[in-house]
Design a protein around this ligand. Structure first.
Ligand SMILES: Cc1ncc(COP(=O)(O)O)c(C=O)c1O
Length: 457
């Protein structure tokens, strides 16, 4: 019998993984999970400080979610939302509308974050067509933001290494502007003067406002490391979009369902978007589901227009299984006060990461909020020395940092998007004990990294 690793090599094509790493003898095969921990097929235990892929908000092994799935599969395994409704998607949509901000009350289901972003693109276009604004098709997105991999979402993604190989196949209707990295409001400075704000308005004016359909941004941006915007940033995006008749979309594929301590990141940063995209945490990763939330009036406008429908759909969007799991997940997040737990413990996480920074001169910065953090690395903070290109490459591309992370049995993500970083986003049920254990293991990763830097001198 061939081993799991051998069969993975031969038959399973990985996502965003270099062939060399996939073929390595130490490829980790994760076998089971319980709470905030997972085990590989060799019996090693890991603390999952990345919540799977920033999705397993309730942690592993929730029998209430699996029971909801089984019950739904027994009752109605499939029906679509294409001309029909079914109770599971109706209830999930109603519950999401109940926790969504303001009049964002209409939910369109798909199966992933990328599809949610595709839906936002098409919804914005349909909305403007319904308004008779036939020219509006361009989108303003931000540098280094990840919005997904399908061709529309990829065109919005501001990561050249992911986008450029496919450039000839991508729409040319996207303009990228600077994100909020490094920005802080100085005393007396107004948010409207921030370079990240003026860049949005300048891009709209340069493109011709009558051609711009949508501005898209994450409330707290993942790419470049958990960028919390300066106070007033989102209010300025709202002002600009209103001034030029542009829709504002908050991509909350990561931020929503408690990641930053609220149902939606928009609440945390004071955003008032027209559209919200979600996925990941809506089911705590127990089933694939994504979606778009839109304003009542905007959906009605499309239905009342000559087009008369939102011209978009898919077979599995709003699948009974996934929506039943979403319902059980949101119920548990609500009834177990999980979001309040994040707000209660976020100070411990933030403080613990800052203590690690103080103890390790190889940490350049700690950024984030809620249970969504980035630790940026460098050679030596005291002398202000960054990593050389060669050091960066071996650390991030030759799997050196991955190795340290695995050895310490803490699953955080080494992230090379714009700097050497560790992305940290534990399950939302991580309590004081789990956070302390996570910090202890991260200390070990930073010790190993510090030792490696010394040896590489
Ligand atoms: C902000 C954001 N948008 C979209 C996506 C794409 O989601 P998916 O991987 O489910 O297609 C992601 C994935 O991480 C994301 O972080």
């Amino acid at each position: 019998m061939r081993s799991d690793r051998e069969r993975a090599r031969q038959h399973l094509v990985p996502h965003f993984t270099r062939g060399e790493a996939w073929k390595a003898d130490d490829l980790v095969v994760i076998d089971r999970g319980e709470g905030c921990y997972v085990w590989d097929t060799d019996g090693n235990e890991y603390l999952d400080a990345l919540a799977g892929l920033i999705c397993i908000n309730l942690g592993y092994g929730r029998s209430d979610l699996t029971a909801a799935a089984t019950k739904q599969m027994d009752k109605l395994a499939f029906y679509s939302n294409w001309g029909f409704a079914h109770p599971s998607s109706i209830e999930a949509a109603s519950m999401i509308a109940a926790v969504a901000p303001g009049d964002l009350d209409r939910v369109f289901f798909v199966n992933s974050g990328s599809e949610a972003v595709e839906s936002a693109l098409k919804f914005a276009r349909c909305y403007h067509l319904a308004n008779g604004d036939n020219q509006r098709h361009k989108v303003i997105a931000r540098d280094l933001a990840y919005h997904g991999t399908t061709l529309g979402a990829l065109a919005l993604t501001g990561l050249p290494n992911l986008r450029d190989p496919f450039r000839p196949m991508l729409t040319d209707c996207v303009r990228h502007v600077p994100n909020t990295f490094g920005e802080h409001l100085e005393p007396g400075q107004a948010a409207r003067d921030l370079p990240s704000v003026t860049a949005v308005e300048e891009a709209i004016v340069a493109e011709g406002p009558e051609t711009v359909a949508m501005v898209i941004a994450e409330p707290v941006q993942n790419g470049r490391g958990a960028l919390v915007p300066p106070e007033g940033y989102w209010q300025e995006l709202r002002r600009i979009c209103d001034a030029y008749g542009v829709l504002l979309c908050a991509d909350e594929v990561i931020n929503s369902f408690g990641r930053v301590g609220h149902w939606f990141g928009s609440e945390r940063v004071g955003a008032d978007p027209d559209l919200i995209t979600f996925a990941k945490g809506v089911t705590s990763g127990y089933a694939p589901l994504g979606g778009l939330i839109a304003r009542d009036s905007h959906v009605e406008l499309i239905w009342d227009s000559p087009m008369s429908l939102f011209l978009h759909g898919s077979t599995f969007g709003g699948h009974p299984l996934s929506t039943a799991v979403a319902l059980a997940n949101i119920t548990a997040l609500r009834d177990e006060n999980v979001l309040a737990g994040v707000l209660r413990h976020e100070g411990q996480l933030d403080g613990g990461l800052r203590d690690l920074m103080a103890a390790h001169p190889c940490v350049k910065d700690v950024r984030g909020t809620g249970y969504f953090y980035a630790v940026e690395l460098m050679r030596d903070r005291d002398s202000g020395t960054d990593l050389t290109e060669a050091e960066f490459a071996s650390l991030m591309y030759d799997e050196v940092l991955d190795q340290f992370v695995r050895e310490a049995r803490v699953l955080v993500r080494p992230d090379a998007r714009g700097a050497a970083m560790l992305m940290i986003s534990p399950p939302l049920v991580a309590d004081a004990e789990v956070i302390n254990e996570m910090l202890r293991r991260l200390d070990q990763v930073l010790d190993r990294f510090g030792g490696w830097l010394k040896a590489a001198k």
